[in-house]
Design a protein around this ligand. Sequence first.
Ligand code: GN1
Ligand code: MG
Length: 363
Amino acid sequence: MDLQSVGALFGIEGEYKGFEQIKTGNINQTYCVTYLRDGEDKKYIIQKVNTYVFKNPEGVMQNIERVTEHIRAKVKEKEETAKRKVLHFLHTPDGKNFARDEKGGFWRGYRYIDNSITYNLTDDLFVMVEAGKGFGAFQKHLSDFDASCLFESIPDFHNTKKRLERLFEVAEKDVCNRVKDVKVELDYLRTRYDLACSLCTMLENGELPLRVTHNDTKCNNVLLDIDTNQALAVIDLDTVMPGLTAYDFGDSIRFGANNAIEDDPEYSKVFLDLNKYEAFVSGFIPTIKDSLTQKELETMHLGAYVMTAELVARFMTDYLEGDVYFKTDYPEHNLVRTKNQYWLAFDMEKKLDQMQKIVLKYC
Ligand code: GN1
Ligand code: MG
């Protein structure tokens, strides 16, 4: 399916000029397409949704419609326009926010937000502050959203216990004969089971409340203004579901406060940068602290460790199963990701007290 034909399914008007593939993102295929209309270039993001990962993509799109409309209304209460603060999805002539191609491929699109940028890795602490503000605002906007109308796009997405149990089963079978490559990391997870499952256990015991969360808060999922680096909109809304605030906080830290990118094979560069950590905290915590419980604030830092341990487990599971879930660029890609995240978890563990103190300082 060529992208021009996809554009036609959504009735995009103008002269099609071409596309650029966007390589970030481990799940969906993403393209930026340009049309010439009224003498100006108009850009759109077009995505082919991975239906191996999202078994009910229509349910995902219904969630996204509801969540974006809710945020749009919230932003408009305070600002004149929500144009750059929330995604605007394309609709087909019959009113759907998705389209299927003749092979059954599932497509969606949204207007590109002009003059926006995302960062995979940055040394600019201001970017981390703004990422924190962006994700904090996202969660705050959804604090009065009725979670019961959200469909669970991936069941047990952050159920760390199930993730670990599944890994141990897969390791037992070892169908690709790869367990030999991950012995250290697998043993590590076995010994850290309780810490990795700490938030899960608190949730089960009713000590932490479920909220509407994003669940995939890599720092490159918040768009910033290209000139000022101020947070604009949160993207990649596929996994907006009930979850713990600490998951969102934690995943941002796991990705954004790692001194290296998550698949850097130079493991000596992998550690938690406490300056980046504090910068994110200083944007995130003040934005939402008033709506959180004392217990949530006291355990927020654990989210970073839990999400990192969970990704060790998820990348390792995929490596052991033969790379069926995450996109890979080379055969050992998931192995490298596993080891990278293992080193990060290992380093974080030593810094947990400091991490907690920093959160509490901003309460
Ligand atoms: C996937 O698609 P992307 O890159 O935003 C994954 C996340 C992982 C992340 C690791 C639906 O996110 O859960 O944390 O890769 N998304 C899904 O890089 O599984
Ligand atoms: Mg994603």
